[in-house]
Design a protein around this ligand. Sequence first.
Ligand code: FMN
Length: 241
Amino acid sequence: MKFFNLDFFTKRKERKMKEIAEHEALARKLAQEEEELEKKKKQLEKEEQLKSDTPLVKKSAAIENSKVKIWRPRPTDAEKTFAHDEILVSKTDVRGNITYGNELFVKLSGYTQEELLGQPHNMIRHPDMPKLIFKALWDTISQGKEINAYVVNLAKNGEYYWVYANVTPSFDREGNIIGYYSVRRQPNPAALKIIKPFYHELRKAEAVGGIHESTKLLVELLESKGMDYPELIFRLQYNRL
Ligand SMILES: Cc1cc2nc3c(=O)[nH]c(=O)nc-3n(C[C@H](O)[C@H](O)[C@H](O)COP(=O)(O)O)c2cc1C
């Protein structure tokens, strides 16, 4: 029993360190991609300005398009999935407006990159998501910490897709938060068997008494398991519950 526990914690530490290394590599790649994107945007703005008859600085096509109001799709029962070795990445500014999406993120959302850029991230919010999870997300990341969460998203055509998201702040050299990014992997199907009915209960509680009521349910669950939220989510994803 003792050895099992030691083994578990060593493996968990190793996995965590591997995850951190992967995130750092990804963060570097994202920073590079963002820099390139920024360059392209500037180039595009320059070209547009040259074409323009007026001396006013025109915004890039992407940002202009983002002002177009996008309707909320009607959710359907059809699910979209992705492979276990694929990741969906998006970045936001400090207010949660999308500044970047990798190819798979864009593809699964069903929107074009132009439709997504500049929009609030709640553009792909699914009505089945409890408010409490997003409150926990924002409370955590705005304090400079990362959070893992199961999220169901709504694609443009009304289909849904579940992800296991890791949302992390990006910092400048002085340690100020300059935005956030989310790296999403395939969720553990066994975890979703627990999460889906639990989110349903959270939504019902919120319909009656708002986040105050759903918080009570989450606290009850965590107390019954003797864990905090990060541990519960970690154990769910890695079959350790
Ligand atoms: C980096 C980042 C990624 C996010 N990804 C998602 C997402 O995939 N789906 C989603 O519904 N909300 C996501 N959010 C949270 C949204 O900003 C928003 O809080 C949420 O959709 C709830 O919308 P509401 O606050 O308007 O109720 C993300 C936020 C950040 C900062």
